[in-house]
Design a protein around this ligand. Structure first.
Ligand code: FES
Length: 105
């Protein structure tokens, strides 16, 4: 398992970008649960964030691509609006324990 961050570094309703072995990942915590995806928009294959760790829309209820505004459900990664509607972010396995948040697959 690869260590991502301490639990306190991913607060409720916030996102974080990680670089693991040259691959960019994004994590979001919603209703206490952590969701992890590859940080790669299905539209152009580029990272979603524009600021260091920001991949959420203004309401913090959807993941948003900074480039052309595609919106994704946090729970499934499905694109529900924008140029890649119907496609999904690549989900990655993660686990949270007393030591923090980990990439599992
Ligand atoms: S690259 Fe994400 S919406 Fe265009």
């Amino acid at each position: 398992m690869d260590f991502l961050c301490p639990s306190s570094a991913l607060a409720e309703g916030s996102s974080r970008v990680f670089d693991i072995d040259g691959m960019s990942l994004l994590g979001v915590r919603r209703h206490g649960k952590v969701y992890l995806y590859r940080n790669r928009c299905p539209h152009r294959g580029i990272a979603l964030n524009w600021q260091e760790h920001t991949v959420l829309d203004a309401s913090a209820s959807l993941i948003q691509c900074a480039h052309h505004g595609a919106l994704f459900l946090i729970e499934s990664g499905e694109c529900v609006a924008g140029p890649c509607e119907g496609e999904t972010l690549q989900a990655l396995g993660c686990e949270e324990n007393a030591r923090g948040i980990w990439l599992t697959a």
